[in-house]
Design a protein around this ligand. Structure first.
Ligand SMILES: NC(=O)C1=CN([C@@H]2O[C@H](COP(=O)(O)OP(=O)(O)OC[C@H]3O[C@@H](n4cnc5c(N)ncnc54)[C@H](O)[C@@H]3O)[C@@H](O)[C@H]2O)[C@@H](O)CC1
Ligand SMILES: Nc1ncnc2c1ncn2[C@@H]1O[C@H](COP(=O)(O)OP(=O)(O)O)[C@@H](O)[C@H]1O
Ligand SMILES: [K+]
Length: 512
């Protein structure tokens, strides 16, 4: 699903106005009418319902005043709080202000927090938040801060116009304070700040309102950000005359003493998501554990050294994996001498590769190795692992993750998956934000399952970017569907694997 940054949205709006000759006031009217329809859908009869409308100094305030008109016409008991000098309004908000004045809709000009009619606010069933939209440009302070504090204390149903005021539409950052909405009606396209954390927590139910932005503009628009939703994916039925060779052979290279589970989870996840064959290359000491827990996969035990891969086994490993379709490297690998040599030899095989966990820690010793890769490479770090790859602290990574993810993917020509509650995926051109998943995934082993799923999708001939997006989405969706039987606290990676069947089915049928 395409998203638009505030800059991109302003571009789209100005092209609608200048190239397609749609007057600004028409866009505003469509935005407000669409929002009003959503409110009506939520409340049914609006007659007599008490509504406090908060309108700021920009076009977001203009939308709010137009919404106030629709509510008033529908019989609502409306009070508009305009936090601006009417003489300074932009032309379209000014038109909406003048209409309200001519209709005798009550308007309070708010210069001080005490100007707010407390009694009316306390008895309001609905609050319209039109203080700031995509034009928010700095920290919220003073009067606006106090107003948002008051809005958030209310028990009313809060509708944010375009985006909860206080949330940066591009980064999702809360600029000091932000409205906690029950419903956010956003215009033309949703914004990244509505899918990234913390902004996502403030939106409530998110609805996209069509404001008549021309179809050509939206079709041609190449977004920087996308949100991953079910409709982005197609999973075909298998051909009736298929055989296991059609669905790829994955070599999982990983495991060490005490960490056989990581390989077992990845192998089972790969099989459940459709891989034709899975072989695990493991240090000999964990082979029995692997074989007894994962009967459908094959294993290739190699010489170990104190529980880890031995340097003497590297040639053997490379020889075994060289005719496989995809290499999945690093789960439970541990850190051992010369791991970098093994990784280098694997990259030289020119096979698609998924690198995870300790594989990433090995890679972080010489990220330049990636330049040797001639086939798609997918990296799946969590923020700590990514911080080692980019040589920054985790907090620096988190602060600047949108740029870092894209820059890293571009520089090293890889698909970078930064695993978080709002996982980001980038190929160096676009950024995809995952929308599935829940805190039940915050448990050891979830990442191993993800690597297995992605390797499996690559083995089934999906393009690396598509496989990464679908894999991340499926992983989260399985966890979401598993909550019908498990709680977030009790959910295990094994349950996520078992729910892959339902997740794949849900994507096939697009049913909830
Ligand atoms: N043609 C368009 O541009 C359309 C715009 N629409 C609405 O317009 C909104 C964007 O309007 P604007 O660009 O006017 O921006 P906003 O209405 O979001 O507010 C911008 C104004 O707030 C001020 N401001 C920013 N941060 C502040 C802060 N922390 N404290 C105090 N003042 C601050 C700015 O200086 C500017 O005057 C959208 O979110 C949407 O609701 C819709 O009406 C659809 C059409
Ligand atoms: N709160 C959450 N919401 C959604 N997904 C989550 C959440 N917490 C963790 N995840 C997902 O779970 C996985 C955890 O991976 P990782 O940290 O590598 O775990 P491990 O190394 O223990 O397997 C990632 O895919 C991450 O996106
Ligand atoms: K708003």
């Amino acid at each position: 699903m395409k998203l638009s940054t505030s800059f991109e949205m302003k571009e789209l709006d100005s092209r609608s106005i200048n190239e397609f000759k749609i007057p600004d006031i028409v866009l505003m009217e469509n935005a407000s009418r669409g929002t009003f329809e959503l409110i009506k859908k939520q409340f049914g009869n609006i007659e007599g319902v008490r509504v406090s409308v908060f309108a700021g100094l920009g076009n977001n305030g203009g939308d709010a005043m137009a919404i106030a008109r629709h509510l008033y016409n529908a019989g609502a008991n409306v009070l508009v709080n305009l936090v601006a000098n009417p003489d300074n309004l932009n032309p379209s908000p000014k038109i909406n202000y003048d209409i309200l004045c001519s209709m005798n809709v009550p308007i309070n000009i708010i210069n001080h927090i005490d100007d707010i009619n407390e009694v009316f606010l306390a008895h309001s069933q609905i609050i319209i938040d039109g203080l700031f939209g995509i034009g928010l440009s700095r920290k919220i302070e003073g009067l606006f801060y106090e107003i948002i504090e008051k809005i958030n204390k209310s028990n009313a149903f809060i509708v944010s116009v375009d985006i909860p005021s206080g949330i940066n539409a591009d980064t999702a950052e809360c600029l000091g304070i932000a409205v906690k909405a029950d419903l956010t009606a956003t215009f033309a396209l949703a914004k990244p700040g509505q899918f990234l954390y913390p902004g996502r927590l403030y939106c409530g139910q998110l609805e996209v309102v069509d404001i008549s932005t021309p179809k050509q503009l939206l079709d041609d628009f190449k977004p920087t950000f996308n949100a991953l939703v079910k409709d982005d994916f197609v999973i075909e039925d298998r051909p009736k005359n298929s055989h296991k060779g059609n669905f790829g052979h994955i070599a999982i290279v990983g495991g060490s003493i005490g960490k056989s589970g990581a390989v077992i989870l990845a192998a089972n996840a790969a099989l459940r998501s459709g891989a034709g064959l899975v072989s695990a290359v493991v240090p000999n000491c964990i082979n029995t554990a692997f074989e007894s827990s994962c009967i459908e996969a094959m294993s290739y035990p190699v010489k170990d050294n104190n529980g880890f891969f031995s340097k003497e086994s590297f040639d053997d490993i490379v020889c075994f994996v060289k005719d496989k379709d995809v290499i999945c490297f690093g789960m439970g690998l541990g850190v051992f001498d010369d791991g970098l040599d093994l990784l280098e030899s694997l990259l030289e095989l020119k096979k698609p590769m998924v690198i995870d966990a300790d594989g990433l820690n090995v890679l972080s010793k010489d990220v330049g190795l990636l330049q040797k890769a001639c086939a798609p490479v997918i990296l799946t770090p969590h923020p700590k692992e990514f911080s080692r790859l980019v040589g920054k602290t985790t907090s620096e990574v988190l602060k600047n993750r949108l740029n870092l993810v894209k820059e890293f993917a571009k520089k090293y020509n890889v698909i970078l998956i930064l695993k978080m509650a709002d996982t980001l995926i980038s190929d160096g051109e676009s950024i995809f934000i995952n929308t599935s998943g829940n805190p039940g995934l915050s448990t050891g082993g979830s990442g191993d399952v993800l690597s297995g799923i992605i390797a499996s999708l690559v083995a089934q001939n999906n393009d690396a970017l598509y496989a990464s997006c679908l894999g991340v989405y499926l992983h989260g969706l399985s966890a979401d569907l598993a909550l019908s039987d498990y709680s977030e606290a009790s959910l295990l990676p094994t349950d996520v694997i078992n729910y892959l069947t339902k997740a794949i089915e849900a994507i096939k049928t697009k049913a909830q």
